[in-house]
Design a protein around this ligand. Structure first.
Ligand SMILES: *Cc1c(COP(=O)(O)O)cnc(C)c1O
Length: 388
């Protein structure tokens, strides 16, 4: 059964009940699955009949997670992985080959940047970066061997927004595989597949878990491409643990209500600190001052849970700000129920050169706030304490 409303779909979509008639899915901690006879084993391996064989290939808990996220994204099929980076790597490695070229938005998660600049070149897969502020020129960045477009929107941590409608058309016209890392928006706020994304990737570690407990990743998309992804993951082994799948599937049930509150708190916080004399800039997709505000409004349900503050005075002042906080956690994760502050230049994006950081707007004074589910007054109070 399919449900129109995302809240209902998140709660009710399931891959099925166990033969014990359990209401809540049990955890299937098993490496393999048994066959009734030799012929059934042969048929399952030959993919003549469906069924779980071995938990590196599939497992009822990962099926449950995938069915919930596919329902939310509007994608046909998917694969769950042990981490977000396994999903980013798998989405590229499974469909490209030596000699192919990727056109990517410059603003990418730090490790994804390392994949493109340090890992894939070893196997002859190259890339060019395009700036989101300059998409009018992207056509000139295409090469005869360009096969894929890879973007993040909103980007981490710059919160740059790329027009998905434009991007979907661009991919279609030039016959490119469009991959969108939808980690920051979550499928509740934005569904890239509706705009023509062929693959949608997630770090489920972030909002899909939502409580900072486990790692996980997802690659979702068209049946045809997921078949290639599944072949790749089945034989290379980035399988997610059944326990993590179970936990993430449970978390999917509360994604809409959690995101509503994350976004409400983030917007309140962004409005409160905009214009504060100790802050050079407050960036949030649903503030009219955001450079891509109109695009964000067009393609996102709410503005997301991340706000960035550019602290006046650069590195030293940003560090002072972080050290004065009493409640907000200092850690590199995001999308947690607890508010988190991160200094990207010295942590998540420290492997980038100063020039590379500059190009994606990661200044020394930039702090990323993952706005949690505490009462917004308490979050604001602590941020004020930080500003001194
Ligand atoms: C965290 C993150 C990743 C990597 O996910 P892991 O689960 O940490 O491996 C990829 N992309 C974005 C946008 C992220 O925020």
């Amino acid at each position: 059964m399919t449900y129109q409303n995302p809240e209902t779909s998140a709660v009710r979509t399931t891959a099925g009940r166990s033969d014990q008639r359990t209401h809540s899915s049990p955890i299937y901690l098993t490496s393999s699955f048994t066959f009734d006879d030799a012929e059934e084993a042969r048929q399952m391996f030959a993919e003549e009949i469906p069924g779980n064989i071995y938990s590196r290939y599939s497992n009822p808990n990962s099926d449950d997670l995938i069915s919930k996220v596919c329902a939310a994204e509007g994608t046909a099929d998917g694969v769950a992985t042990a981490s977000g980076m396994a999903a980013m790597f798998g989405s590229i490695a499974s469909v490209l080959q030596q000699g192919d070229h990727i056109l990517a938005a410059r603003s990418l998660f730090g490790s994804t940047h390392q994949l493109l600049t340090r890992v894939f070149p070893k196997w002859g897969i190259t890339h060019t970066y395009g700036d989101i502020s300059d998409i009018g020129n992207w056509e000139k960045l295409l090469q005869p061997n360009t096969k894929m477009l890879f973007v993040e929107t909103p980007s981490n941590p710059g919160l740059e927004i790329i027009d998905l409608e434009w991007l979907g058309n661009f991919a279609k016209v030039h016959d490119l595989i469009l991959v969108v890392d939808n980690c920051f928006a979550t499928p509740y706020l934005q569904q890239p597949a509706k705009f023509g994304a062929h693959l949608v990737t997630h770090s489920a570690t972030k909002y899909i878990d939502g409580q900072g407990r486990v790692l996980g990743g997802l690659i979702l998309g068209t049946e045809e491409l997921i078949q290639e992804v599944r072949f790749f993951t089945r034989h290379t082994g980035p399988a997610i643990s059944p326990f993590n799948s179970w936990l993430l599937a449970k978390s999917m049930e509360t994604l809409p209500v959690r995101m509503d509150r994350h976004c409400e708190n983030a917007l309140t916080l962004a409005r409160y600190f905009e214009g504060n004399p100790k802050v050079d800039q407050v960036k949030y997709p649903f503030l009219p001052s955001h450079p891509q505000y109109e695009i964000a409004k067009k393609q996102m349900k709410h503005g997301g849970g991340i706000v960035t503050l550019e602290i006046k005075g650069g590195l030293e002042k940003a560090k002072n700000f972080i050290d004065r906080l009493e409640m907000v956690s200092i850690t590199a994760n995001l999308g947690d129920s607890r508010t988190i502050v991160t200094h990207p230049a010295s942590t998540t994006h420290s492997k980038l050169s100063p020039e590379e950081r500059n190009q994606v707007g990661i200044t020394d004074g930039l702090v990323r706030i993952s706005v949690g589910l505490e009462h917004v007054d308490d979050i604001i109070k602590d941020i004020e304490r930080g500003l001194g």
